[in-house]
Design a protein around this ligand. Structure first.
Ligand SMILES: CC(=O)SCCNC(=O)CCNC(=O)[C@H](O)C(C)(C)COP(=O)(O)OP(=O)(O)OC[C@H]1O[C@@H](n2cnc3c(N)ncnc32)[C@H](O)[C@@H]1OP(=O)(O)O
Ligand SMILES: CC(C)C(=O)C(=O)O
Length: 517
């Protein structure tokens, strides 16, 4: 199996992402992580672009030992000198010289003829070869360059001593077939092509950067360039983690190895995201927060039965801790039960079904339910409680100059009757509790009341806690909802149900005593 080199340009093309500016320390930190990841070349910056970038390239080269360190350079002596100044102490220095070759760049940007471009390219490579053991040359905008002229450019830079010929699809214009065909043409038509390594460098303007890079690998290139998380100019570069994991996961198809340690991918992605300030989209392949998360019941059931039903890569392979089964409105009973069991709740089928119905009600109102939410739900009604009253609906009227009023409807589960009541109070909670007292007909004393949010965010679940006394009986109740007022009402009704359960069992005991006595 052949090995393809990984050329990382996170610190150069990646840093060209609008708004990104990495300090020397940050570049060094990322470079050391890239080395741990196992990349072969680190393009650390563009030494001639600023004194800061020159010193960053120098510092990266000072600390990196396993990978080659490169600087970008225009095809002019002063840029090459600046690159050498930064890299002369490096263990494996390399220079990456570029010069645009497409008609539009020649005519409008460089204002040079084809002959002038050929001469400048060859001259720059020759000059750089006086210092650098490895010279890479890129005909910028190769993707839109006439193929005959591209072959001429390749010919002159190879003759001038280039070691690597990179073919950038600078504006992400090509399709995979077209891009692969350029390498086929170069191989067929440029005499000294076997003397250089061929390299691919793709941009994502049409969302084809990774597909084009893989097509180039199928066409036999020796090196692939890209950036972690796919960052870079405009829509970015080929996302290296995606290219590498495609090669890894489909090894029997590509028959290509790399030196990358996949387990370092998640860490590298997090570091790059943190230091560049560019968040990784949740649905991003390989490193997005949802890349190994499953929300729908059918998928979760499949995953619980066999991981490969819905995952082609194990999260641990790329350095994530585990698959996430996110409980939300699309989830099913299998995942719900499994999560409750993991949290320590082994419940009867009947109880699971009752809790699952409540879970679906809540999930309709909240994006996803956390473990804390589930614990609150599981503990909402603990112990054997007969359901006497159930909350059907609740409505509040509140204004800072008006008396708060609560109207509610309860269903009496024992008789099937519905009771509607309303009450005013000193505050919304007072009004709710008074309305419940009226609807249930129970005279109780409120000993304690608390409400707390279980999780963060405005849609967090609120948990209400109530302690009531009636005569010698003291009971507690809990209620959960996305709304704290409803959670309080549920807690109060739960406490009343417990009270009625206790009274019922006391009566049964008394009757039994009379019969036995
Ligand atoms: C596809 C890519 O990603 S290419 C890399 C792009 N990256 C960067 O540009 C980041 C770093 N760049 C910089 O800091 C600055 O642009 C510098 C320091 C390199 C140059 O700055 P300035 O001297 O002020 O020139 P400016 O950027 O405005 O214009 C670029 C000049 O370089 C010329 N040029 C562009 N590419 C090349 C090249 N490969 N070789 C030689 N000259 C080039 C342009 O024609 C223009 O020349 P002109 O002044 O004669 O018209
Ligand atoms: C400098 C070159 C390789 C480049 O970044 C591009 O053309 O996209």
């Amino acid at each position: 199996m052949r090995t393809v080199q990984i050329f990382d340009t996170t610190l150069r093309d990646g840093e060209q992402s609008p708004g990104v500016n990495l300090s020397t320390e940050e570049k060094v930190e990322i470079a050391l992580q890239l080395e741990r990841l196992g990349v072969n070349v680190i393009e650390a910056g563009f030494a001639a672009s600023s004194p800061g970038d020159q010193s960053a390239v120098r510092e990266v080269a000072r600390v990196v030992t396993d990978a080659s360190v490169a600087s970008l350079s225009r095809a002019v002596p002063q840029d090459i000198d600046a690159a050498w100044e930064a890299l002369k102490e490096a263990k494996q220095p390399a220079i990456h010289i570029f010069l645009a070759t497409s008609p539009i760049h020649r005519e409008y940007k460089l204002r040079k003829t084809k002959e002038q471009v050929l001469e400048q390219a060859a001259e720059a490579v020759r000059y750089a070869k006086r210092f650098f053991p490895v010279v890479e040359f890129s005909p910028e905008d190769a993707g839109r360059t006439e193929i005959d002229f591209l072959c001429e450019v390749a010919d002159v830079v190879i003759r001038a001593g280039a070691d690597v010929l990179n073919i950038p699809d600078t504006v992400g214009y090509l399709t995979p077939d077209e891009y692969a065909n350029i390498f086929v043409q170069l191989r067929e038509r440029v005499p000294g092509i076997d003397r250089v390594k061929l390299s691919a460098h793709c941009h994502d303007d049409l969302g084809l950067a990774v597909a084009n890079s893989l097509a180039a690998i199928r066409a036999g290139v020796d090196q692939v360039e890209g950036a972690i998380n796919g960052i870079g100019e405009r829509a970015g570069n080929a996302a290296l983690e995606e290219v590498v994991m495609a090669l890894y996961t489909r090894q029997s198809y590509y028959q290509v190895a790399t030196t990358i340690r996949p387990a370092e991918i998640a860490r590298t992605s997090r570091l790059v995201s943190k230091l560049t300030g560019m968040p990784v989209p949740a649905n991003k392949a390989i490193v997005g927060a949802n890349a190994f998360a499953h929300e729908s019941g059918i998928h979760q059931d499949g995953m619980l039965k066999h991981q490969e039903t819905y995952e082609i890569i194990r999260p641990e392979t790329v350095g994530f801790s585990q698959t996430k089964l996110v409980l939300g409105k699309h989830s099913g009973r299998h995942a719900f039960r499994e999560r409750l069991e993991t949290l320590g709740y082994t419940l009867s089928e009947e109880r699971i079904n009752a809790l699952f119905a409540r879970f679906k009600e809540l999930a309709d109102r909240k994006k996803s339910l956390t473990d804390e939410d589930l614990i609150a739900l599981a503990e909402e009604k603990h112990g054997e409680v007969a359901e006497f009253f159930e909350l059907e609906s609740i409505q509040l009227s509140y204004g800072n100059h008006a008396l708060p009023t609560a109207s509610l409807r309860l269903r009496n589960r024992q008789t099937g009757d519905e009771v509607e009541e309303a009450a005013c109070g000193n505050g919304s909670i007072d009004a709710i509790f008074k309305a419940i007292d009226r609807a249930t007909g129970e005279q109780v004393e409120l000993l304690d009341y608390k409400v707390a949010s279980n999780t963060q965010g405005t849609d967090a679940l609120g948990e209400g806690y109530v302690q009531l006394r009636q005569g010698e009986l003291t009971v507690q109740g809990r209620g959960v909802s996305t709304d704290v007022l409803e959670a309080s009402a549920r807690a109060y009704i739960d406490a009343i149900n417990r009270l009625l359960t206790r009274k019922q069992s006391k009566n049964q005991d008394a009757t039994l005593n009379v019969v036995l006595g």
